[in-house]
Write a protein that binds this ligand. Sequence first.
Ligand SMILES: [Zn+2]
Ligand SMILES: [Zn+2]
Length: 183
Amino acid sequence: MDQASLPDDLKRALDYHGHLCPGLMIGWRAARAASQALALKPSQDEELVTVAENDSCSVDAFQALLSTTFGKGNLKWLDNGKQVFTVIDRKANRAVRVSFIGDRKKHRRPDGSTDREAFMQDLLNAPQEELFEVREVAPQPPREAQIEPSVLCQRCGEPTQRGKMVEKGGRLLCRPCAAEPAS
Ligand SMILES: [Zn+2]
Ligand SMILES: [Zn+2]
């Protein structure tokens, strides 16, 4: 695929992500679909929240293009293993759910592998309705991140958010330490 001729917003996502792949392209089209459905303006970053139901390449397009990022806390991850994204516009109190329905099987080779190039061409050019189901949903912004003091783990000694710690054997431990066999 000729990267020089890609649309500008896809190039921005590519700069951020580092390589061009079907996953990034799914995210790019999904972010576009959400932006259109919510009539978002580029400056609207701060009011947006993305809930991503997977942790694959596609999520980077939402970080690059909608500026909903893990670090800012306006990117939430649900470990559902689905190419589904819900974008919430807090200011307008609207939300849209974008679900990928594009058929990877169309590009299956006889040996069972996927014809990546053909799949990416499809992601580049196919009409939106062939790739995504887009519907407005009731906005349910995830809870704001709690700022809470850190407490030292009584095993490794690292400062850890109190609410993420586990009591085990009478000690207050961070999750990785709590998962270790007793010492
Ligand atoms: Zn990728
Ligand atoms: Zn620890």
